[in-house]
Design a protein around this ligand. Structure first.
Ligand code: G3H
Ligand code: 13P
Ligand code: ZN
Length: 339
């Protein structure tokens, strides 16, 4: 059993739902990573869906010497099949022995959380019941916390709502996290980290006009919950040069904008230890494939653009880790976790 409160915890050899018996040596909890990062830098939490992303993700993090979080969403688990993703995680663990990472369910409902907790591969789950009234959110979150902690797995939950769509549930406007409710929610549920709504949103169209992130909310939460890890969802930067290259290669993405990455370290000082990035990775995929087939119309082998994508994605991850401040911390984290 994984002991979430011991820094040297590691997932044990155990049978997963497919009867897999795997030693997941470098899979650690997000809590262990947050203890190292708190107040100094944020850990990149990257969504992946397939093999090429997995290879690029691990390569980029090892090359930039960063601890990281692999995020698997419900959508990814149905697209690639949950067992395939889980096997990819334990295999990547063997291919990249230097990597130190957490395997995290992104935006789970209760049923999916329970499935991931039973899998023997996830070290962290997010229960997202933020669309329910707070008392119901607490009730659901608490059930997940009890099941997860019994196995040494840690839990992220959310309070407030990001504008746009979050796992099939949509909010027309931001519902900002209320600091006093955050304190109450954390104490009632026993969660290990809290996703706060401060003005970011999922996808490539985040801001109309000036972007305003409510750092004042983070400040208040940090005062009420000192040393408690906070999470920023919807934090892709949607680089304009990436969008321009996609459009120049036949794309039609208009009015896209993202979070200014120069805000990451300021957020980290205010207790944000996990920053979620999915959309930017999708843009890299789109740019590589559009440019590849534009420039090589005679080609049809999937491996050809794949060979371009993997190192490009790795380069993107390494650059993002520099902005998050996590680059270069791998050896020190491994030493602290005795890995
Ligand atoms: O929060 C949403 C993430 O970007 C995951 O997206 O549900 O399409 O996999 P997805
Ligand atoms: P982006 O859409 O900004 O990449 O956010 C991803 C996210 O929050 C995943 O949970
Ligand atoms: Zn999210």
């Amino acid at each position: 059993m994984l002991n979430s409160y011991a820094v040297s915890a590691r997932l044990p050899v155990q049978a997963g739902p497919a009867g897999l018996t795997q030693e997941t040596a470098m899979i650690v909890t997000t809590k262990e990573l947050f203890q190292q990062a708190y107040g100094k830098y944020a850990i990149g939490a990257y969504n992946i869906n397939n093999l090429e992303q997995t290879m690029g993700l691990f390569k980029g993090n090892v090359e930039s010497k960063a601890p990281f979080i692999v995020q698997l969403s419900k959508g990814a688990r149905s697209y690639t099949h949950k067992l395939m993703l889980e096997t990819m995680m334990t295999t990547a663990d063997k291919i990249f022995p230097d990597a130190v990472f957490a395997v995290h369910l992104d935006h789970g409902d209760e049923e999916t959380c329970m499935d991931c907790i039973a899998s023997g591969v996830y070290s962290s789950v997010m229960i997202d019941a933020s669309h329910f009234p707070i008392e119901k959110n607490i009730e659901i979150t608490k059930r997940v916390v009890d099941a997860a902690h019994a196995k040494g797995i840690v839990v992220e939950a959310e309070l407030g709502q990001l504008k746009g769509v979050e796992e099939d549930v949509s909010a027309a406007e931001h519902v900002y996290t209320k600091p006093e409710e955050a304190e109450y929610f954390v104490k009632q549920t026993g969660i290990d980290s809290l996703a706060c709504a401060i003005g970011t949103s999922h996808g490539a169209f985040k801001f109309k006009g000036d972007q305003k992130l409510r750092f004042d909310i983070l400040e208040k939460i940090q005062k009420l919950l000192p040393n408690f890890p906070l999470v920023m969802h919807g934090s892709s930067s949607v680089p304009q040069d990436e969008v321009a290259r996609i459009n120049a290669a036949g794309g039609n993405i208009k009015g896209a904008s993202g979070v200014d990455a120069s805000q990451f370290l300021g957020a980290a000082k205010l207790g944000v230890t996990k920053i979620n990035i999915d959309t930017d990775g999708r843009l890299v995929w789109c740019r590589v494939h559009r440019e590849f087939f534009r420039d090589h119309p005679e080609k049809f082998d999937l491996r050809d653009p794949g060979k371009v994508f993997i190192p490009e994605y790795a380069k993107f991850i390494a650059a993002k880790n520099v902005l998050l401040g996590s680059a270069g911390h791998l050896d020190e984290v491994r030493a602290a976790l005795k890995k």
